[in-house]
Write a protein of this length. Structure first.
Length: 233
């Protein structure tokens, strides 16, 4: 007789975060929930979307908005929607990730957002919006006033914190800055009694190799489906 794996908050990290630590950012329509639009684009949705769920998602997102859906079992959206892209996603957990403070790191805040958005635009670590900084602790390293590397916290499912926005200015790569910042962010996570985890594109084999070397283990593979809501919604 096969055993059903016990539920983990990491099975539905968006919903777990919005039900708990990030409930203040939650917006809901029917069976679909998401973050406030200027905080993060992520959606908690049924894995098998019925027509009413697609209607709820359209109402939640608004017309012509691009939304990421994780582990969607029926990835062909209804008429009027646009399937933008699909790609493999891996989720990795850092029970063995060695953390350490970083003396060169400073905590980033609201006044740093323009510099963060500039770095993100040049390095493309993933979505970062005007209020993403509110999701958790973000640390950065500056040289001569210029933000050259950063890493921070994103989703907070119960007992876990996602390390995200890991990026380094191309002019300063090869110095291990991203790893040092990851370890520093991880130190804060572990100090709270939580465990780090992260997501990466399955195609980013270099990053996955690095994360494995740092002590992260593959937990699961899934598919990210990017859709655009109907423009006349």
């Amino acid at each position: 007789m096969s055993r059903v794996r016990d539920y983990s908050p990491l099975d539905t990290p968006v919903r777990s975060a919005l039900d708990g630590a990030h409930s203040r950012f939650r917006v809901t329509h029917g069976n679909v929930a998401g973050y406030q639009r200027d905080v993060a684009p992520f959606i908690a949705h049924p894995l098998l979307m019925a027509d009413d769920d697609w209607a709820d998602l359209a109402a939640l997102g608004g017309p012509g908005v691009t939304l990421p859906l994780i582990e969607l079992e029926n990835p062909t959206p209804p008429s009027g929607w646009r399937l933008v892209s699909q790609f493999g996603l891996v989720q990795m957990t850092g029970e063995l990730f060695a953390t350490a403070p970083e003396p060169d790191a400073t905590r980033l805040g609201r006044s740093d957002v323009p510099d963060i958005l500039d770095l993100v635009a040049r390095t493309k670590p993933g979505p970062f919006l005007d209020r993403t900084i509110e999701l958790g602790t973000y640390l950065g390293i500056r040289r001569d006033g210029r933000l050259i590397a950063m890493a921070g916290e994103r989703m907070h499912p119960a007992g876990w914190t996602e390390i995200s926005a890991v990026c380094t200015d191309p002019d300063f790569r090869g110095e291990g800055l991203a790893t040092r910042l990851m370890r520093a962010v991880g130190a804060g996570i572990v100090a709270r009694g939580e465990t780090p985890f992260l997501h990466a594109s399955a195609a980013n084999v270099g990053a996955i190799r690095l994360y494995t070397q740092l002590g992260f283990d593959l937990r699961k593979e899934s598919v990210m489906t990017i859709v655009e809501t109907p423009r006349d919604a």
